[in-house]
Design a protein around this ligand. Structure first.
Ligand code: GTP
Length: 879
């Protein structure tokens, strides 16, 4: 009969001698210690015992999920029906997260350890808070160290096989860490553990994930360590995050490793679902009914360019999808940006949709443009505008040109001023517009008209580039009109053309002889030198522009000037740009219409017809048109009908709010897609401030919806010209330390131009940025009270008194004031005293004198203007 030592049996059954001794004692087999000898009988007892255990454990194993563990813990709630359907709000979230907590660590660990052994470190680090919080985990902490010793692994694995039992009796939180433990050796010792522990674990895990068991964890989930653990999980899983995506990405894209162990995948997918559910928030209804998608058409109809937003809605797609597709086509577009028909067709094709082109809708207030056959076009004369700073010699230059290049007889024939005239140079005609340059650009451009082909910029050689010179450059650039510089007053002693060239280069006009492309001609209007060269250059540029028109068609021109003449009725100076206007033609210009009764050319001669590039005075309109209106010769019926429609449209437009850009409703206008460029005119007291403002404003351009565009920036008070440019370019004006002059203020009111003045650059930028994002808070807006002129300054030992006269409105002793000197704000503050004769008074009205002392300010000068105002809170119109 064979004899066995107890320790040998322990080894054979892969257990400890103590276990063997216990079994033997229970079966009344005597064995004192591990060295004791036992017989066959004892071995068969042990055999039976272990066989029974294995049998017993096998059927149990799949059932032993946390739910069953919960039973063991006497927690009835945890045995709730295994229903994975969403529970009412409040109950579910913790359950799911609880389930996740219980099971996820294993899965993560499993996957991490199997596929990313190096992540062990990360895991430990990430779970440290738990370890600190839970004493039991001290054991766990030791495990990896033991696990590091390969010899210990099987023992650990064996030892841990028993742990599920312990776990069942432990609080869930404790059980979970042990699950972590269980798996760890298993992962290290794959052959053995994968077959034993892992299936057990997965069978534990799966039901838990499946839902009902997730309830188990409910009370535990509130524990901070678990929450932390959960939060840390994303970091822990790292590369495995792909398996957490919606719709069980783990299944959709099986990793080869995962594919070998489908349990992991399925388990993870459960987790993924759980997680998704818990991420979706307590309101689980979101998941229930699938979202109804708008129908996706196969064909869409387009009548012309559409915005990305409109396109997306026609396509039944998300705007983001459309933008993405556009990006793939190499087009960067925002939601309000327009895509032209060609792009729209290609874009739709990308979605498998066909575009049906509709004829563009006809506007009853528009008259169809005549498209000329290129064969009918013949060269026409260039139309030139002279611009420049005050006193630089514009009028003198025009006079010089007229005198030198209009024959004496013709010159003598100029009897009346019609706002434009023609000169002849080397047999070629040039038309000069006699209106102030900026008006030719602004007033006309505001109506979409462009009459000028070339701009002559007059700069006095002794004075150099001045504020209005820069204004003129910006006007011309904004209208995309080529500039020829006439460096005038070359006869003057202080003439320094190189300095002028240098200054102009700084503003983007680099002279040809310096490698640039701006023609600069030195001239003297007085000495009449350089005039011919200047005209030659005009001819050259005109040639390059290939200016052409068709004289054999009905006329089209632009109103340059118009007024009501007492004797002759409405008189309009028209620059004919195409076709030929004849006496008797029915015409329409803006809202005015009529029949050409008479025409007078620039030499005061009556003419019967006027061809392209001819300025001519036209009589016969029933009303006075506006400068910039387009004149068309059409049949009488059309002229009347269209004019009536235009009048009606104008009335509705006037009644509706002006669409002029303003910071107050900028965001609304952006949202409505009315504004894509935020045009700004910047005026400041010094050049340095302009640069700082310009830069800071342009830095706002990361805003996707709207682009900041500085159309003009200059030093000095805000003047009429700034307002006109703003009106033409739909810009708002930002003044830094400067104020609008009286005329500019009035014009801004009629043109509805938003003028914002600031004393701190940061505030200006803040306001624009806030307006762009719809965050412009209700603010205090100033309400003007009056304007006071300082006429005399009296110095007393106690202070300085300004003997003043109230020009308009009133000033009160509580008024806020601003002192303006030459359009520049020199001080902002409050009054110290307001007196009439020797009495302190509360207010002084227009037309009265008063004595004013200003709080903490002594530097007052005769001629200074005091602006009096109060601050009133203004509610913004947009939400
Ligand atoms: N020495 C000299 N003086 C000139 C020349 N051209 C103009 N001036 C003088 O400069 C002054 C201003 O000339 P204008 O022709 O009135 O200048 P402007 O630019 O039309 O002025 P505004 O219409 O007020 O904007 C006048 O006194 C002219 O006589 C020139 O070529 N040489």
């Amino acid at each position: 009969m064979s004899k066995y030592r107890v320790y040998e049996l322990a080894k054979e059954f892969n257990t400890s001698s103590k276990v063997i001794l216990d079994i033997l004692a229970r079966n009344n087999v005597t064995a004192k210690n591990h060295m004791s000898n036992v017989g066959e009988e004892a071995k068969s007892v042990i055999n039976r015992t272990f066989a029974h255990k294995i049998e017993a454990s096998e059927p149990i194993a799949p059932k032993v999920g946390p739910a069953d563990q919960a039973k063991g813990q006497g927690n009835e709630e945890r045995t709730a029906p295994r229903d994975i359907r969403p529970k009412p709000q409040g109950d579910n979230r913790p359950q799911h997260s609880g389930g996740s907590y219980q099971n996820r660590p294993n899965q993560q660990q499993g996957s991490n350890y199997q596929h990313r052994p190096n992540q062990q470190q990360g895991f430990n680090q990430q779970n440290r808070p738990n370890q600190q919080n839970r004493p039991n985990q001290q054991n766990r902490l030791n495990q990896p160290q033991q696990g590091a010793n390969p010899q210990n692994r099987p023992n650990q694995g064996a030892g841990q096989q028993n742990r599920p039992n312990q776990q069942q009796n432990r609080p869930t939180q404790q059980g979970r860490p042990n699950q972590l433990q269980q798996q760890r050796p298993g992962f290290n010792n794959r052959n053995q553990q994968a077959g034993q522990n892992n299936p057990a674990n997965f069978s534990h895990n799966r039901p838990a994930n499946a839902a009902p068991n997730t309830q188990q964890a409910r009370p535990n989930n509130t524990r901070p360590p678990f929450q932390r653990n959960d939060q840390q999980r994303p970091a822990n899983t790292g590369g495995n995050s792909q398996f957490r995506g919606p719709q069980n990405a783990g299944q959709a894209k099986p990793n080869s490793n995962f594919a070998k162990k489908p349990q992991y995948g399925s388990n993870r997918n459960h987790r993924s679902n759980q997680q998704n559910r818990s991420q979706a928030g307590p309101n689980q209804h979101r998941q229930a009914p699938p979202k109804m998608e708008p129908p996706k058409p196969k064909v869409i109809k387009l009548g012309g360019p559409v915005t990305v937003k409109e396109f997306a809605s026609k396509m039944g797609r998300e705007v983001s999808e459309v933008i993405k597709k556009l990006m793939m086509l190499g087009v960067m577009a925002t939601i309000n940006q327009e895509v032209d028909m060609d792009t729209a067709v290609i874009l739709a094709g990308e979605f498998g949709v066909t575009v049906q082109e509709l004829p563009p809708e006809e506007d009853p207030t528009e008259i169809a443009e005549i498209i000329d056959d290129p064969a009918d076009l013949v060269p026409r004369s260039p139309v030139v505008t002279v611009m420049g700073h005050v006193d630089h010699g514009k009028t003198s230059l025009l006079d010089a040109i007229r005198k030198t290049h209009v024959t004496t007889q013709e010159a003598g024939g100029i009897t009346q001023h019609i706002g434009a005239y023609q000169v002849v140079n080397q047999g070629r005609k040039i038309v000069f517009l006699d209106t102030p340059g900026h008006e030719a650009f602004t007033a006309m451009r505001a109506r979409g008209a462009q009459v000028t082909d070339i701009a002559i910029l007059v700069v006095a050689a002794d004075d150099g580039v001045m504020p209005q010179t820069i204004e003129a450059i910006n006007h011309a650039k904004s209208a995309k009109v080529p500039i020829i510089v006439a460096v005038n007053k070359m006869d003057r002693e202080g003439a320094n053309p190189d300095r002028v060239k240098q200054q102009l280069s700084d503003h983007g006009l680099v002279p040809e002889d310096w490698g640039g492309d701006t023609i600069m001609v030195p001239v003297s209007a007085h000495k009449k030198t350089g005039i011919t060269e200047l005209l030659e250059m005009i001819g050259l540029i005109a040639e390059m522009q290939e200016l052409k028109a068709n004289p054999n068609r009905s006329a089209q021109g632009t109103i340059v000037e118009a007024q009501l003449d007492k004797g002759r009725g409405p008189v309009a100076t028209v620059l004919i740009q195409n076709g030929t206007l004849q006496i008797g033609d029915s015409i329409i210009a803006g809202t005015a219409y009529g029949k050409v009764r008479a025409m007078v050319n620039d030499r005061g001669e009556k003419v019967k017809k006027a061809g392209p590039s001819t300025p001519v005075e036209v009589l016969g309109l029933a009303d006075v048109p506006a400068a910039g209106d387009v004149l068309l010769a059409v049949d009488e019926k059309t002229a009347r009908a269209v004019a009536e429609k235009r009048i009606a449209k104008k009335r509705t437009e006037e009644m509706a709010h002006s669409q002029k850009v303003s910071l107050d409703d900028l965001f609304k206008q952006i949202q409505e897609g009315n504004i894509k460029d935020l045009n700004i005119v910047v005026k400041a007291d010094v050049q340095g401030s302009i640069e700082a403002l310009r830069q800071a404003l342009l830095n706002l351009n990361n805003n996707k919806e709207v682009r900041v565009n500085i159309v003009h920036a200059g030093v000095g008070a805000i003047n009429e010209s700034d307002v006109m440019l703003s009106s033409a370019a739909n810009a708002l004006i930002i003044g830094f330390n400067v104020r609008p002059d009286a005329n500019a203020r009035k014009l801004a009111e009629t043109e509805k131009i938003d003028i914002r003045t600031y004393r701190v650059i940061y505030e200006a930028i803040n306001d624009v940025e806030a307006a762009m994002t719809g965050m412009l808070a209700p603010e205090f807006k100033e309400a003007a009270q009056g304007r006071v002129e300082i006429r005399q300054v009296f110095s007393f030992s106690k202070g300085i008194v300004a003997g003043s006269y109230v020009l308009e409105g009133k000033i009160t002793n509580s008024s806020k004031i601003r002192i303006i000197r030459g359009g520049i704000v020199v001080h902002e503050g409050e009054l110290e005293s307001l007196r009439r004769f020797k009495d302190d008074v509360k207010e002084v009205a227009a037309g009265y004198e008063c004595g004013i002392t200003i709080d903490k300010f002594r530097d007052i000068k005769e001629g200074d203007i005091i602006e009096a105002y109060t601050m009133e809170e203004v509610k913004r119109t947009h939400s």
